[in-house]
Design a protein around this ligand. Structure first.
Ligand SMILES: [Zn+2]
Length: 490
């Protein structure tokens, strides 16, 4: 299913010949600057974007468009020097196009965006910030630049294929499970983050050069540190240099290799000083799910090796299977609200129903080891997968309920909270008690932005002083304070 000749990673200098004119009906393609990792760990190469068309502004494919002008070189390709605006644009656009294509082909699932627009906008350098985000309201992924105070080098988040895949992961998950970005539970926000990281992990291993490097680093033993498990290396180094301390735990933004164990996020600090401790902040808490998924991934690599494959083949097959697993997981995922335990059960059900149960034992054991599933967990607790429905129906099913925050919530007392509800399902009072507990934890951790009546709020206001988007924002509607979920996710 995965055609490796699509990659043309070894060529950095522009091709000297103009690509043949597309045959009638055949999709146009061009080579784009592309780095599936970032320049700290891998030199950029190129990637051939197929199905290329002229967008309203820059180049486009069916489901994404570059939201800025970018002229090709004389040979029709989009290959630029690192550090130039052309490179940032070409890399972020090609990484978006590649992620969409590989997800759709790898899973057999067609993406219909939740933001009612055929194409995801790609903003390759939206200003100065040490981050990247998906903005549902605009239907865009946004990348930024920041100067590393230690090295004085400028770092562009869109130069990293992993960072780009992570943000596209938010958009993809939002297409299939639109209620999640209205949900307040840490597990749900963290799963969104983990989905981006899991997708970035398997996407980067779809690249031959990354695969070869990982084989060199691990010999096929995926418990060893490697550039696919470490996500967003350049961004992470800059985060640590900017804060003057080891905030991330190493030379990465996050790593999938960890030993984190389940704890109720409401009992955890938001972001503990020690990066090796689990926190309830969504990126922090996502590491637990990603770690468990990586254990499953490692188990599949080991099974492949035991079946006689060499390390490279074992990894390639595991990466293909990883994409398929993510697709099955999305299909089988709860629609509205869930804990990690619920999602682990859905993961098992998705393998049982979509893969003949081949990895049921491996998934069960990995999620038990993490404490996400209890030690006495039995497979009889795994229910049916949700009945499939079209993305249009999925998106139309999400209704908004308003739940009053009864009790002492400081500034936020008297507000109502927007929560998602399935059009067909009533909301229960018990859900409201759980919601209030989640809101209390988020408010105490400073994760809900308070605003005054008539205050104008820009997208920039939706980020805290550490550059992380707030989880929610209190806005005034006809004199009534309403707490909405922030639909900007980094
Ligand atoms: Zn994210």
């Amino acid at each position: 299913m995965f055609c490796n000749t699509l990659h043309n990673n070894h060529r950095i200098t522009p091709a000297q010949t103009r690509p043949a004119a597309p045959k009638q009906g055949a999709p146009a393609s061009a080579e784009f600057s592309h780095n599936p990792q970032d320049k700290v760990v891998l030199e950029p190469g190129t990637y051939s974007v197929g199905g290329l068309k002229s967008g309203d502004i820059g180049p486009a494919v069916d489901k994404a468009r570059l939201n800025e002008q970018l002229a090709p070189n004389a040979d029709g390709n989009y290959i630029f020097e690192q550090g130039t605006p052309g490179f940032h644009a070409a890399n972020s656009f090609s990484a978006v196009a590649r992620t969409i294509k590989f997800f759709e082909e790898g899973t057999g699932m067609s993406i219909g965006w939740s933001f009612k627009k055929p194409q995801l906008d790609v903003n390759s350098d939206a200003g100065e910030m040490l981050n990247a985000y998906y903005q549902k309201g605009e239907g865009s992924v946004n990348f930024f630049h920041s100067t590393d105070p230690k090295t004085n080098q400028v770092v562009w988040s869109g130069d990293s294929g992993e960072v780009v895949s992570h943000e596209v992961g938010h958009a993809i998950l939002d297409a299939f499970r639109p209620a999640y970005l209205m949900n307040w539970r840490a597990d749900c926000g963290a799963f969104h983050e983990s989905f981006g990281d899991m997708l970035a992990l398997v996407m980067s291993l779809q690249d031959d050069r990354v695969l070869a490097k990982v084989v060199e680093q691990t010999g096929g033993d995926m418990t060893k540190p490697n550039l696919s498990a470490n996500l967003g290396e350049e961004l992470g180094i800059t985060i640590n240099n900017t804060s003057g301390k080891n905030r991330t735990g190493g030379d990465y933004t996050r790593t999938a290799i960890n030993n984190l164990k389940w704890a109720d996020p409401k009992t955890l600090p938001n972001n503990p000083e020690d990066p090796n401790e689990l926190g309830s902040e969504v990126h922090n808490f996502s590491r637990l799910w990603t770690g468990a998924f990586y254990d499953v991934f490692t188990g599949i690599v080991n099974e492949n090796r035991a079946a006689g494959m060499d390390a490279a083949q074992a990894l390639r097959e595991a990466s293909n299977e990883g994409l398929r697993m993510l697709g099955r997981l999305v299909k089988g995922a709860p629609r509205f609200d869930f804990t990690y335990k619920d999602m682990a059960k859905a993961f098992i059900a998705s393998d049982r129903d979509g893969n003949g149960g081949k990895h049921v034992d491996l998934i069960t054991q990995s999620y038990k080891n993490r404490g996400i599933l209890p030690a006495d967990f039995s497979l009889s607790e795994v229910g049916p997968s949700p009945v499939p429905r079209s993305l249009t129906d999925e998106q139309a099913a999400v209704q908004k309920d308003l739940v009053p925050l009864v009790g002492d919530f400081g500034n936020f007392s008297g507000a109502v909270v927007e929560v998602p509800r399935d059009v067909d399902t009533p909301r229960f009072a018990a859900d409201d008690a759980a919601l209030r507990a989640d809101m209390k934890h988020l408010i105490d951790a400073g994760r809900i932005l308070y605003t005054e009546p008539h205050q104008r709020i820009t997208t920039k206001d939706l980020f805290d002083k550490n550059g992380q988007p707030y989880i929610g924002v209190l806005r005034w509607k006809d004199g009534q304070p309403v707490i909405e979920r922030n639909q900007v996710v980094a």
